[in-house]
Design a protein around this ligand. Structure first.
Ligand code: SAM
Ligand code: SF4
Ligand code: SF4
Length: 355
């Protein structure tokens, strides 16, 4: 239910953003701000068919020039302001975050902010970077892996990386002290859904948590069709037939994944049912795009520029007031309203605003 919106104080704000009573900052549906996802690059070394199909993201595709993207210092400044507004969790994403040069330097700038700091990666470049990221203060890790079989893996990511390179990255992460790792599998019917039980079997008993994600109509290039979606309820049923499952309470309000554990104690899985069981009601995520625009929903059609303000010499409290104003005006609930028509709308690509 919508809650009374508390006005943002502007006059007399201190030079540097002071702690903010996060509980007071709510959007038009009464949702607090908690998570910040930062897209550090719009580039990627994969061409996943559901995210950056090669026929669109080809050799002629114009990615953002370096001058257009936020510097690490700019990102860290915005992140600090977000933390002062009540953000508790920061996820670095993209595009593929590990293709951004010297990412560990950004991690080192963000780690002292005190938020839970995590990263989502396709894992292909992880083995060689994980030690530096860990030393810089990375606390948690999500690795995307859509199949354990090379042919299916390639059918999903349309790139020339073997599954082994990702597994090596996960092992390196464990060796660096980042276990348990979350492993994301986007499930597309007829392409990799035959691997659902294999994935569950592979990671059972390891402590790592596989999260099966419904294929979503993000962006406007992946040719999404409802027929390609495997509902999470079906995923749970198919795994449960081999390894009986029982539901687990969420860790916190607004948690994206619905949790299930193996009845035999071999750990847990998650399902992300963004299409068949929308969870907008508790959505507390804001996204910062590669070039410094704020997006209040993964399916947004437009963003709110912050870069011009950042580069104008504005003080932190002006940045804070801008972010707060965007959050206060937010009323997004795309997944609750999704229809075949909305799926065809021209939305911002996920690689640009951050998955
Ligand atoms: N490149 C990194 C990776 O793949 O992990 C980070 C960015 S990626 C956009 C973030 C997450 O979004 C990945 O787990 C990816 O599988 C997921 N994703 C991308 N497109 C999707 C889609 N159409 N439906 C569901 N999940 C998607
Ligand atoms: Fe790249 Fe990740 Fe998108 Fe795949 S899902 S194309 S790895 S950004
Ligand atoms: Fe949040 Fe938008 Fe996804 Fe709903 S559709 S859960 S508002 S990002």
């Amino acid at each position: 239910m919508a809650e009374k919106v508390i006005p943002i104080r502007v006059a007399g704000a201190p030079e540097s953003a002071a702690p903010w009573d996060g509980a007071a900052l709510r959007d038009t549906l009464g949702r607090p701000i908690r998570d910040l996802r930062i897209s550090v690059t719009d580039r990627c070394n994969f061409r996943c068919v559901y995210c950056m199909p090669r026929k669109v993201f080809d050799a002629n595709y114009r990615f953002l020039p370096h001058a257009a993207i936020l510097s690490f210092e700019e990102i860290a400044r915005v992140a600090r302001v977000f933390v002062s507004l009540g953000v508790k969790k920061i996820r670095l994403t993209g595009g593929e975050p590990l293709v951004r040069k010297d990412l560990a330097k950004l991690v080192a700038l963000l780690a002292p902010l005190g938020a839970d700091l995590t990263l989502t990666t396709n894992g292909s470049l992880l083995a060689r970077q994980i030690s530096a990221l860990r030393r810089a203060g990375l606390q948690r890790l999500t690795v995307s892996l859509d199949s354990l079989d090379d042919a299916t893996f390639r059918a999903m990511n349309d790139a020339d990386y073997p599954v082994a390179s990702v597994l090596e990255g996960i092992e390196a992460a464990v060796a660096a002290g980042l276990a348990p790792v979350k492993i994301n599998m986007v499930v597309k019917r007829g392409v990799n859904d035959h691997q659902i039980a294999d994935m569950a079997r592979r990671w059972r008993g390891t402590g790592h948590i596989v999260r099966f994600i419904e294929y979503m109509d993000v962006g406007s290039t992946n040719g999404w069709r409802m027929d390609d979606v495997v509902p999470s309820a079906e995923v749970v049923r198919r795994i449960g037939e081999q390894f009986p499952l029982e539901p687990v309470e969420p860790n916190y309000t607004g948690e994206v994944a619905e949790r299930w554990r193996y009845r035999d104690g071999a750990g847990e899985i998650g399902v992300i049912a963004s299409v068949t069981q929308a969870f907008c009601r508790d959505c507390n995520r804001m996204r910062l795009s590669t070039e410094g625009a704020l997006y209040t929903c993964l399916f947004a059609q437009t963003g709110h520029d912050l870069k011009a303000l950042l580069r104008s010499g504005a003080p932190d409290d002006a940045i804070r007031d801008r972010i707060a104003a965007v959050w206060r005006a937010r009323g997004d609930r795309y997944s609750e309203l999704r229809t075949a028509e909305t799926a065809r709308l021209r939305k911002v690509e996920m690689s640009y605003i951050g998955g």
